[in-house]
Write a protein that binds this ligand. Structure first.
Ligand code: HEC
Ligand code: HEC
Length: 312
């Protein structure tokens, strides 16, 4: 014989007495009549624990608050800015900017340090120098390489920027100036300007005098030459050439006049090229970059050009 009485005590009101057989009634809902138990499990219409109700209502109110306070309802926008919807005016974009600002305040940006540093400071600081070189590499490829070559080694008529021979100067300031104002750039008043006369074409020197002068110029840098011709041209050189190229032909960066004593030839390593330079004169032209690139990009290019190793 089996018993319907469970072998362990149950919570809640006591079970009906099987002896009297009184109907089972749900004490929380008296209209419900048994059988309320099955297999010893009683199912009563009890209230949920109060703590659940409190949590449920609090969460519901919190959800409503989030809905109106944070971006979720478009018509609660701030000043028409659809990214700032919600009573608090919070937006993820503004939060990101604020975070970035806090991070930047922590570590001053390398760009900010670059802007404040002098060329001497930049070149003494590997991080700043590397930053400028990295930033200027593509600018050089875009704006300069066509004339000066990918590695700045130049070409006939386009100076090598990687050697120590400078037409207008190799200090950072001189290079910056060359870039800012350009060289012989037409209709640009501040541009670097100086013009060698076309001695042959203008009739200032006759053809034999020019041929002698070529030998003289060749002698200045110790190239093999006709000594008699070079000597004949010496007084003509003193009279016509030293004002720009210097007493000994050492050049003058104020005037962009090349050094004629260093065996570096802007217009080519041949007597024919020197003849043409004296007969017809040269006037290399470089564009103005000041307005086009802006001072920040130009300063980076200056550091980059000097990184070719030209020095002063
Ligand atoms: C259209 C061709 C051209 C372009 C592009 C050009 N240059 Fe030049 N650059 C020249 C010429 C030509 C000269 C020499 C002018 C002269 O004969 O005095 C020169 C001279 C220079 C000098 C002076 C060299 C010295 O010996 O004093 C510097 C520095 C220089 N260029 C840098 C640059 C940089 C950096 C760029 C790119 C932003 C650039 N150049 C773009 C043609 C160009
Ligand atoms: C008014 C100044 C001036 C005078 C005077 C002058 N030159 Fe020049 N000379 C220059 C300039 C500037 C250049 C560079 C042109 C350029 O960069 O395109 C130059 C370039 C040259 C070159 C080319 C150098 C090279 O590297 O290819 C030779 C050679 C030369 N001059 C010889 C002479 C001789 C010889 C005389 C005298 C008969 C003379 N110059 C007088 C300013 C002058």
């Amino acid at each position: 014989m089996t018993s319907s009485t469970p072998g362990f005590p149950l919570p809640g009101p006591p079970l009906p007495d099987p002896a009297t057989g009184a109907p089972e009634v749900d004490p929380n809902a008296p209209e419900r009549h048994g059988p309320l138990s099955f297999d010893g499990i009683r199912e009563l219409d009890s209230n949920p624990p109060r703590i659940w109700t409190v949590i449920y209502i609090t969460t519901f109110i919190a959800c409503l608050w989030v809905l109106v306070a944070y971006p979720s309802i478009p018509f609660l926008s701030h000043g028409g800015d659809s990214s700032r919807v919600g009573l608090l005016g919070w937006s993820s974009r503004a939060a990101l900017v604020a975070d970035a600002g806090r991070a930047a305040a922590h570590e001053p940006s390398i760009q900010g340090r670059f802007e404040r540093a002098s060329y001497t400071e930049i070149e003494a600081d590997p991080a700043l120098r590397g930053y400028a070189v990295a930033a200027a590499t593509s600018a050089f490829a875009t704006h300069c390489a066509a004339c000066h070559g990918r590695e700045g080694r130049g070409n006939i008529g386009f100076p090598n920027l990687a050697d120590r021979d400078w037409l207008w100067g190799g200090t950072p300031e001189a290079i910056e100036h060359s870039l800012q104002v350009g060289i012989r750039w037409p209709d640009h008043e501040p541009t670097r300007l100086s013009q060698m006369p076309a001695f042959g074409r203008m009739g200032m020197l006759q053809r034999p005098q020019i041929l002698d002068m070529v030998q003289h110029v060749w002698s200045l840098s110790g190239m093999p030459h006709d000594a008699a011709a070079a000597t004949r041209a010496a007084p003509v050189f003193a009279e016509n050439c030293t004002s720009c190229h210097g007493e000994r032909g050492e050049g003058n960066q104020e005037l962009g006049a090349p050094n004629l004593t260093d065996q570096i030839w802007l217009y080519g390593n041949s007597q024919q090229a020197v003849f043409t330079s004296i007969h017809a004169a040269r006037a290399g032209v470089m564009p103005v970059f000041g307005a086009r690139l802006g001072t920040d990009a130009i300063r980076k290019l200056v550091v980059y050009v000097r990184s070719f190793g030209g020095g002063e």
